[in-house]
Write a protein that binds this ligand. Structure first.
Ligand SMILES: CC(C)(COP(=O)(O)OP(=O)(O)OC[C@H]1O[C@@H](n2cnc3c(N)ncnc32)[C@H](O)[C@@H]1OP(=O)(O)O)[C@@H](O)C(=O)NCCC(=O)NCCS
Length: 335
């Protein structure tokens, strides 16, 4: 009996036009272009205009995904949006995407896993396709991080940007190709190190929570850094091993783009040379759930995703959430 697997058949992305450079940040907080470049690798990030929400970015990415594949919105069965900046707490961003896109047959939901949002959405969507429940899953990761960032806090405002990307999942036509396996886990004891304390049921928004700036991202960067370097590589090594692969089998590492030093350290732990690692953090910063699909998009444009390649995705984020996914690239299906 052959195994039905999900595979990525189309890609799309959207980043807002407006750019926030390190030079501009120098004028907003006590920082410097040199510090940001050296400590993070980020040169600039894109920022959405007021009134532009995560669903707007997601819909634009979805339109590219459908156009590339030559499909209509009605062809989609399910929409999963990984995000920590939904348009509203409810209804979900996925519902808004469904409506704006006109995907009349689709159900959908948001998936909250911070920087692992896309990876968890991808691995969830892959199960819906692999099981035969659905033929086409639209999986988007995107965030308007500028809506929850305090632009007076230099330790966070330099890191994040806005953007979304996504993929279409369909059944693979060959037995070997597609999403092979994934290794996701959480360590909820790390919640305190990266979180938005206000706005939910624990601390509903009041004048007091606003005054205390609890509606912004709070982070202990050093703790997150250490955890990310250790756990992203650990999840990936375990995943490779249990599938009978070693690092030398990997063609490309597509890691969450949080900090260039985290990506470099993860690649080093995995024994992967720079030419097997995609980096685009310099132009987008950390777009949270957006980074992996934005990096996949660039990798594809640069001709670094070829049929038969073993592609390793890896992310660590708030929660803590940890994830890793192995894909045998089958190539996109174009219109
Ligand atoms: C945030 C981060 C870039 C900070 O880099 P770091 O090398 O760990 O720096 P530290 O936090 O140790 O701070 C070093 C010094 O730089 C200062 N600093 C922090 N932000 C600064 C900035 N934007 N500009 C200049 N100086 C800054 C700190 O105040 C500190 O000064 P001190 O030594 O006088 O206290 C880094 O910790 C990081 O990337 N962490 C992971 C964050 C992340 O990826 N989050 C998303 C999760 S997926």
């Amino acid at each position: 009996m052959t195994t039905r697997r999900a595979t990525i058949t189309s890609l799309g992305r959207f980043v807002p036009e407006k750019v926030l450079t390190n030079d501009e940040l120098e004028r907003m907080v006590e920082t410097s272009n040199d510090w940001i470049l050296e400590r993070t690798g980020i040169q600039e990030r894109h920022i959405a205009e007021k009134g532009v929400a995560t669903s707007d970015l997601a819909v634009a990415a979805a339109r590219e995904i459908l156009a590339r594949r030559g499909l209509e919105p009605d062809d989609i069965d399910v929409i999963i949006v990984g995000t920590v900046t939904p348009d509203t707490i409810f209804p979900s961003t996925a519902c808004r995407v469904q409506d704006k896109l006109g995907a009349s047959r689709a159900w959908g939901f948001d998936l909250s896993a911070a920087c692992c949002g896309f990876l968890y959405a991808l691995t969830t969507g892959a199960q819906l396709v692999a099981s035969g429940a659905h033929e086409r899953a639209l999986v988007i990761g995107g965030d308007v991080m500028s809506s929850i960032i305090n632009y007076q806090d230099r330790s966070t405002c330099i890191l994040f940007g806005d953007g979304a990307g996504g993929v279409l999942l369909e059944a693979s036509e060959d037995d070997e190709g597609g999403v092979i396996d994934f290794n996701n886990w959480v360590d909820g004891s790390g919640a305190q190190f990266l979180h938005m304390p206000g706005g939910g049921s624990l601390n509903p928004p009041t004048a007091e929570t606003i005054r205390k700036r609890m509606h912004y991202v709070h982070q202990d960067g050093r703790q997150v850094f250490k955890f990310a370097v250790r756990q992203g590589a650990a999840a990936s090594l375990e995943l490779l091993k249990r599938n009978g692969y070693s690092s030398s089998d990997v063609s490309l590492l597509v890691a969450h783009q949080a900090n260039q030093r985290i990506i470099d350290a993860t690649a080093e732990r995995l024994g992967l040379p720079p030419e097997k690692v995609i980096k685009n953090i310099q132009k987008f910063g950390n777009t949270t759930a957006g980074t992996i699909p934005l990096a996949l998009w660039d990798a594809h444009e640069e001709g670094r995703l070829n049929k038969g390649d073993l592609v390793l995705l890896c992310a660590v984020g708030a929660g803590y959430t940890v994830g890793s996914c192995l894909i045998r690239w089958t190539g996109l299906r174009t219109a």
